[in-house]
Write a protein that binds this ligand. Structure first.
Ligand SMILES: [Mg+2]
Length: 213
């Protein structure tokens, strides 16, 4: 095992953080303004594209030719420092894991760097960030996103452990032979290799999986 692929939103910070909801509201705002439709229609389109394409942005690009940079900038313009506090213990535990760590996120690098900075985790990741642009706008759980990452770092799936709050994302990881850690509350499905209820417990689960606990 050589590499940890770690998701950002709702994986490195808890899903009840207001930042995630705030970005959702901004996505609806954006759709309403750009497509000049009602709030209700904008909400409906947001949900429909999310289900259909795995990421609302992709539906907007395909069906409405919106500028992805404009969208990414608008949606991620939230007060990160106000809502995400440093988590030095988690950062220390993560950094000590003797594996290369790659941030693998459907968001954009600009936002990801700001969240990592707010968490105090920038130096955990050796600047290795794969974002939606590098995935050529194929979001997780699309297999193409994983292929791009593996090719870029000259890795095979069985060299990787993937950590994510989305079971769909982890199930694609399995098809590449990756091991999986699910971050979330509730019953962990049997096909997942390890489970962390809270983001802070991720490092412990990784250590158990790689046998250094
Ligand atoms: Mg996530």
């Amino acid at each position: 095992m050589e590499v940890l692929l770690i998701d950002l939103d709702c994986t490195l910070y808890a899903p009840d953080n207001p930042i995630f909801r705030m970005m959702g509201v901004r996505i609806t705002d954006y759709i309403q303004t750009v497509l000049k439709i009602s709030r209700t229609e904008a909400s409906y389109i947001r949900d429909r594209y999310w289900k259909e394409y795995g990421l609302t942005l992709i539906g907007l690009i395909r069906n409405h030719s919106i500028d992805p940079e404009d969208f990414l900038h608008y949606v991620h313009d939230v007060d990160i420092e106000k809502h995400i506090q440093p988590n030095p213990k988690f950062a220390k535990n993560l950094k000590q894991i003797p594996l290369k760590k790659i941030l693998f996120t459907n968001s954009c690098g600009y936002y990801a760097n700001k969240v990592l900075a707010a968490l105090g985790m920038v130096n955990c990741f050796e600047s290795l960030i794969i974002d939606i642009r590098q995935m050529q706008f194929f979001p997780k759980p699309h297999p193409k996103a994983y292929e791009i990452l593996l090719n870029q770092f000259k890795l095979t799936g069985n060299q990787c452990i993937m950590i994510d709050d989305s079971l769909d994302n982890l199930r694609t990881a399995m098809t590449f032979g990756m091991q999986t850690i699910w971050v979330g509350k509730g019953m962990c499905p049997k096909d997942i290799d390890a489970h962390s209820e809270e983001p802070d417990e991720i490092a412990g689960q990784v250590r158990r999986l790689i046998g250094t606990s």
